[in-house]
Write a new protein. Structure first.
Lengths: 517, 101
């Protein structure tokens, strides 16, 4: 019972975020004292911070989580509503799973960045501090159970990312991408906040649980209550914008193309996972009573997203833009999982989304790591022509890139297959045969544009003689992503179990204690 | 003449929201777009404070967070705009045209 404002449990639950904030501030201070040639130590400090934060997450998972019940942090004042004690942080398996995902994505992105930023002559400590701060925001989004915390987490992440996108100050494309991302992102946050204010007005609380109860009453009294509908639509608009679903996807290709390549990779996995965590949290916990109302909307959005993402990717000549459209189409597949599963009668689709996000982290970051390493002095290296003949220059990299691309297309036995497999399985379990067939057809279309990159790498001669040098950090990043992509494909059991554990699915032969033991 | 109630505040807030949205969509100057986004956030604040009178203090606390966020967003937005202006000498979104398909 939260009789005091900030209890020991609260402290333990927020320790991962507190550690990351402290390390972020530490990087900013240490950066002032480092001479220019020692800036790499900023990356190392940031990685140590991520390590400490991971340890804190493990401590929550193994120590405070022993009986398998979700922990609710009190953060007392905001959450004590009308005698009903509800917390603003919900630390369940879902949050923990996403915490690991964010930490992993941020660590790989930092490994990719150090050498790249040196080439761009923009190697500043702020970069790493901003990555750490954005991870704090993501953690608030995944574990938030209160509209205030969710909104603040979203904005912390988004504002950090705006600056990261525009980090190459002297590059016109980077400026332009940051400006577009900022204007559209701030606009969508405004719409989202308007939806949240209406939800507060309907329920008298900012807690998702109380909101769900109030919406249940509203819905059974009057299924067509206009305020509830407007609240749902504005909230959904903000969320769908953040995951870049059609028709709110226009910012994604521009921001992805203009941003520094390592930031693009980071945005396409960690930032997207965070947006998904919040989307699932709000749709499945807070807005659950309105499910009959939002389901048709989601069907429309997901079909439009798959269509636009796949067809637009066909004609792209810029690697980053192509991968941006491909990531839009992946969002379309994931939305199908949300259509099929409601997390109560059927959990396969949600489990599929979680597995998908995990394998997507590995394979997409791997692909962006290869694109990042194409950046050399005088060569921007983000067109398909720049990757031509990669096999003759750097055979290992070319083969790895092919692996990532095949995995993105969903070819077994690579990891990407399992992401799609669970989504399609959940669609068939819930008798959505038309959607399942459509998704399979679009997956075939995806193979074409991924293999365009593949054929350029292997069949065409190189357009420039400049060799591709791979820095040690990049080698580690490529190794981790490649092992993840192939490893999850060959031994998926552990990861599927982890995703199931995070949703509280009881599995034969394992205790709820989780996947670490 | 009925006394002013929650509904009046909601109508004003909805009007602000619509004006802000139209401003974002139709205006060409980045500074005015940023101001329109502020209008939307102020509509949110007005909503929250009006509902807060109906329910409890949570809404007012939320609105303080929204105000803080609006300030941070404006600061970062103007910073990015200055970086953009140094390279391109314009604040007109019609001339933001390097990236397109």
């Amino acid at each position: 019972m939260p009789t005091s404002f900030f209890t020991g449990t609260d402290y333990a639950l927020s320790l991962p975020m507190i550690l990351l904030s402290l390390f972020g501030l530490g990087v900013l201070i240490i950066d002032l004292m480092l001479p220019a040639e020692w800036k790499r130590w900023n990356a190392i400090t940031a990685l140590i911070g991520l390590g400490f934060s991971t340890a804190a997450v493990m401590r929550i998972q193994l120590g405070h989580f022993a009986d398998g019940r979700p922990l609710v942090g009190s953060f007392a004042y905001l959450s004590n509503v009308g005698g009903q004690v509800v917390g603003s942080v919900l630390m369940d398996g879902f949050s923990i799973y996403f915490f690991y995902l964010f930490l992993l994505g941020a660590a790989i992105a930092i490994l990719m960045s150090a050498h790249y930023l040196e080439i761009e002559h923009e190697h500043h400590g702020e970069f790493y501090a901003l990555i750490l701060f954005s991870v704090v925001g993501m953690m608030c989004m995944a574990s938030g159970y209160d509209l205030v915390l969710l909104f603040i987490g979203l904005e912390l992440m988004a504002i950090s990312t705006y600056v990261l996108v525009g980090f190459l100050r002297r590059d016109k494309r980077s400026n332009e991408a940051a400006l577009k991302y900022l204007l559209l992102g701030a606009f969508s946050s405004g719409i989202f906040a308007y939806g949240l204010s209406l939800l507060y007005g309907l329920s008298g609380s900012t807690n998702l649980q109380v909101i769900a109860q109030a919406l249940q009453r509203h819905y059974s009294a009057n299924p067509k209550d206009p305020i509830a509908i407007v609240a749902m639509i504005t909230t959904a608009t903000g969320l769908l914008f953040k995951v870049a679903a059609v028709p709110f996807h226009q910012w994604a290709p521009d921001a992805y193309e203009g941003a520094p390549t390592s930031v693009t990779g980071y945005m396409s996995v960690a930032v997207k996972s965070a947006a998904w965590a919040m989307l699932l949290r709000i749709f499945l916990w807070g807005l659950y009573p309105l499910r009959p109302v939002y389901l048709p909307l989601l069907v429309f959005v997901s079909v439009a997203t798959m269509t636009v993402g796949n067809f637009a990717a066909l004609s792209q000549n810029n690697l980053k833009r192509l991968l941006a459209y491909s990531s839009i189409s992946h969002v379309g597949y994931m939305l199908l999982g949300l259509i099929a599963s409601d997390n109560i009668t059927n959990k396969t689709g949600i489990q599929g989304i979680l597995v998908y996000l995990l394998v997507y982290t590995f394979m997409n970051l791997g692909a962006f790591a290869v694109v990042t390493s194409l950046r050399r002095r005088d060569i921007i290296g983000d067109e398909i022509d720049d990757i031509a003949g990669l096999y003759s220059k750097a055979p290992t990299e070319a083969v790895l890139m092919l692996l990532f691309l095949l995995s993105l297309a969903g070819i077994p036995p690579l990891a990407g297959f399992y992401g799609k497999y669970f989504i399609f399985l959940s669609l068939i379990q819930t008798q959505h045969y038309v959607l399942a067939s459509l998704a399979v057809l679009y997956a075939v279309l995806g193979l074409y544009y991924y293999m365009r990159i593949g054929s350029a790498m292997f069949m065409r001669p190189a357009t420039d003689p400049e060799p591709v040098a791979i820095s040690p950090g990049m080698q580690v990043a490529l190794a981790v992503t490649a092992i993840g992509t192939v490893g999850i494909g060959i031994l998926p059991e552990f990861f599927i179990r982890a995703a199931g554990w995070s949703l509280g699915i009881q599995q034969a032969g394992t205790s709820l204690l989780g996947f670490l033991r | 003449m009925a006394p002013i109630g929650t509904l009046h505040y909601l109508v004003v807030a909805a009007a602000l929201f619509v004006i802000g949205t139209i401003g974002v969509v139709t205006r060409r100057n980045v500074v005015i777009i940023l101001m329109s986004i502020e209008l939307i956030l102020n509509a949110v604040n007005l909503n929250l404070v009006a509902f807060s009178r109906l329910w409890n203090l949570n809404g007012q606390i939320f609105s303080i967070f929204v105000i803080t966020d609006a300030a941070a967003e404006a600061a970062v937005g103007l910073g990015i705009l200055i970086a953009f202006f140094r390279n391109k000498e314009t604040v007109n979104v019609d001339e933001v045209d390097l990236l397109k398909w």
